[in-house]
Design a protein around this ligand. Structure first.
Ligand SMILES: Cc1cc2nc3c(=O)[nH]c(=O)nc-3n(C[C@H](O)[C@H](O)[C@H](O)COP(=O)(O)O)c2cc1C
Length: 215
């Protein structure tokens, strides 16, 4: 069997839009909100899905998609199992990168920063907003550990459903939010001839400095 993929001819020119130092907001959070609203309005599928990159203390990287569940001037919040692979990596090495790719808009946003656990109260508020089935699912999953088949997972889900029958489902100790507190944002807009726009914000002495990068 020939396993090679014909990739060289996959080529697209980007001509939808542009990004300019003169029009971006001086505040990267506000710029993020502008682009996020535009992604929502243009019907991007799950615009809040973002790639989260973490690393072990010895620098071995890993990446996966998670959902952005909150954003304000303090940072970007997502929820997960603290004992998962990403959870353990973040607790040992609290730095992360986030990446949004909105292909239909020919846009990418990169964010880098430090990571903190959100307060129990904030995790609890978010947990309570989830559908009951998802809350049971959080209890039933030892995320990232080996499971002996699909059946085992479904049995554990049923056991948790019975355990919490007619009860409120409490926030598990092992589950909650992390917040990425940015020190860097980059807004990338695809342009013709690979001469893309890249506008980068860096937090230097509490001030967001803006620069354009070569594509
Ligand atoms: C669209 C999408 C959304 C996801 N959202 C989350 C999420 O919000 N939290 C989460 O823990 N995992 C989420 N996942 C699953 C993760 O990608 C990943 O499989 C899981 O968290 C285990 O990662 P880890 O073993 O690196 O910790 C999502 C996956 C996809 C494809």
């Amino acid at each position: 069997m020939d396993n090679t993929l014909e990739l060289h001819s996959l080529r697209r020119d980007y001509t939808l839009n542009s990004l300019d130092e003169a029009i971006v907001s001086s505040n990267p959070f506000e710029q993020f909100q502008r682009w996020f609203s535009e992604a929502q309005a243009s019907g991007v599928l799950e615009p809040n899905a973002m790639t989260l990159a973490t690393a072990t203390s010895s620098g071995i990287p890993s990446a996966r998609v998670v959902l952005l569940k909150g954003m304000d001037e303090h940072g970007f919040m997502f929820a997960t199992n603290y004992e998962s692979r990403k959870g353990e990596e973040l607790l040992a090495n609290p730095y992360a990168a986030l990446l949004f790719f909105w292909g239909d808009m020919q846009r990418q946003i990169r964010i880098e920063g430090t990571v903190e656990k959100v307060s129990k109260e904030e995790s609890d508020n978010y947990f309570k907003s989830r559908p009951r089935e998802s809350r049971i699912g959080a209890w039933a999953s030892k995320q990232s550990k080996k499971v002996e088949g699909r059946e085992q997972l479904e049995e554990e889900y049923s056991a948790m459903t019975m355990k919490f029958e007619n009860q409120e489902i409490p926030l598990p100790e092992f589950w909650g939010g992390f917040r990425v507190v940015p020190v860097m944002f980059e807004f990338w807009q695809g342009r013709a001839n690979r001469l893309h726009d890249r506008i980068c914000y860096r937090l230097i002495d509490d001030i967001w400095e803006i620069e354009r990068l070569y594509p």
